[in-house]
Design a binder for this molecule. Structure first.
Ligand SMILES: [Zn+2]
Length: 493
């Protein structure tokens, strides 16, 4: 795209991201209301605390603090022994109390990093801080009036702020994808950008190459997918570069991404931090975080995507490409490991490669064509493993396996049951029987044989087809090919 050439020769793009993630706790941040409101009627998951009534006392959700610290540890952050909550004051109709309980100068963590892979290189993106706050209510806008749904108000919201270390919209997307992977692996976030439980705002500026100080930045909001993160930032970088080129100033402001039009539009000029009149939240005690607790949380961290990827390559001999796809979606990697655990094939690496091929090619294809997610997979791990075992024992051919798998996917039956019910005969493994059929086919198809021997290699396919027909699909195509080629190359017609 044009923008890449512009950037490399003349300007540098500088991007930092602020990511908000709702936490998967059962109750809200400061009250006992349930966070399970996604399909609930408006204003049914509320109480005086999350409605912001005067005189109520908030109580800190310990699980939300634990999830935030676990995330911070996974992002290589330092955890201070003392932290606190602050009031961030601003009036807006979705903010029930007129202030948000957030964290200002002493967040739960700081100074971490996240590695992303870009063009075959590892790039480190600094994490400024990971802190904890509460979500606001939702405004529903209608023709001439708006309604407030308070169900979301007070849901635990974690904010992850990066350093302005990204240098292209693509890096921003990769960072966002990697961060989402980690949050899902940790089990602290659903990772659903489309539902708004994971949201991303970006700060972006451009500067002439070689210039030290940063250009004037804008903040971009409303990016609801990885793709829109990359598209919005590409558009905005281009817009800023054009302004600079034509000698116009860039205004510091908040801009919204309009997906349908593919542009960013000005929303409001930027408020400065001091407008929020932060002060320590008087209704909550300070957070004292013992190093024992931090170490206990560190021990609870699951295997993270990078470690899993490396293990798949090292222990299972998978390619980087296969290991990437299997680990990007935690559920898919889990399924692969479950298949592996119940498969009987000899040799760990052979078993792993067979399982990876089945999952990445056939299972993923069936899920896609049926619009199912991995968690809705009707094929049990033992069904997949059973199919692999049938293949290894040469009870069915590769071609038959595809049909059996589709049937197992549709019916939920075990592959060996399907093979029995359909009366599928074992493939012809008797070499001499197969050779005899091949010879018959060669004798009866002199034209195709002549074509092949005069250099028309396509004719081989027709001969293979004939043998498969004679054996009613019971022969293995690669054995047939091998025998045919041997015989054709040594006989002359
Ligand atoms: Zn409540």
């Amino acid at each position: 795209m044009a923008i890449d050439t512009v950037v490399t020769t003349e300007f540098e793009i500088v991007i930092g991201l602020e990511v908000h993630s709702q936490l998967l706790t059962r109750s809200k941040m400061f009250c006992s209301c349930s966070t399970d409101y996604a399909y609930a009627a408006p204003n049914t998951h509320v109480c005086p605390i999350c409605m912001g009534m005067p005189g109520v006392l908030p109580v800190i959700n310990q699980q939300a603090v634990a999830y935030t610290i676990m995330t911070a540890l996974a992002l290589n952050c330092e955890i201070p022994q003392y932290s606190k909550f602050d009031r961030k004051n601003y009036p807006y109709p979705d903010l029930m109390k007129g202030y948000q309980i957030s964290q200002y100068d002493i967040p739960l963590s700081k100074n971490g990093y996240l590695n992303i892979e870009h063009n075959g290189q590892t790039k480190r993106v600094g994490i400024t801080r990971v802190h904890l706050e509460e979500d606001t209510a939702r405004l529903l806008h209608f023709d001439g009036y708006s309604l407030v749904d308070i169900n979301r108000s007070g849901t635990p919201l974690m904010e992850i702020v990066s350093e302005p270390d990204m240098r292209s919209p693509e890096e921003a997307r990769l960072y966002m994808q990697k961060l989402r992977e980690i949050l899902v692996y940790l089990g602290v976030s659903s990772g659903r950008m489309e539902e708004g439980s994971l949201r991303c705002d970006a700060n972006i500026s451009v500067r002439p190459k070689g210039q030290k100080e940063l250009g004037v930045k804008t903040e971009i909001k409303n990016m609801n997918s990885f793709r829109s993160v990359e598209r919005a930032l590409t558009y905005e970088a281009q817009r800023q570069i054009e302004l600079l080129r034509s000698g116009h100033p860039i205004h510091q402001e908040t801009r919204g991404w309009v997906e349908t039009r593919g542009i960013t539009v000005s929303q409001r000029s930027k408020e400065y931090a001091h407008d929020y009149r932060y002060f320590p939240e008087p209704d909550l005690p300070p957070l004292l975080i013992s190093s024992d607790w931090v170490e206990e949380l560190r021990r609870q961290l699951p295997e993270l995507p990078d470690a899993r990827r490396i293990r798949y390559m090292r222990d299972y001999g998978l390619s980087a490409q296969d290991a990437n796809v299997l680990t990007e979606d935690k559920a898919l990697g889990d399924y692969f490991e479950q298949v592996l655990a119940v498969s009987h094939r000899k040799g760990l690496k052979d078993r792993a490669r067979a399982a990876a091929n089945l999952v990445l090619n056939d299972v993923v294809r069936l899920l896609k064509s049926n619009s199912l997610s991995v968690s809705e997979n009707p094929l049990s791990p033992s069904a997949s493993a059973n199919l692999l075992d049938l293949l290894e024992k040469e009870r069915i051919t590769g071609k038959q396996a595809k049909d059996v798998l589709e049937e197992a996917f549709a019916s939920g039956k075990m592959p060996e049951m399907i093979v029995k019910e359909k009366g599928i005969e074992p493939p012809i493994s008797d070499q001499s029987a197969l050779e005899q059929i091949v010879e018959e086919v060669i004798t009866n198809n002199s034209k195709a044989v002549h074509d092949y021997q005069s250099g028309k290699t396509n004719a081989l396919q027709a001969l293979i087809g004939q043998v498969m027909k004679q054996t009613r699909g019971q022969a293995k195509a690669d054995s047939v090919r091998k025998i045919l080629v041997e015989k054709l190359d040594t006989t002359t017609n």
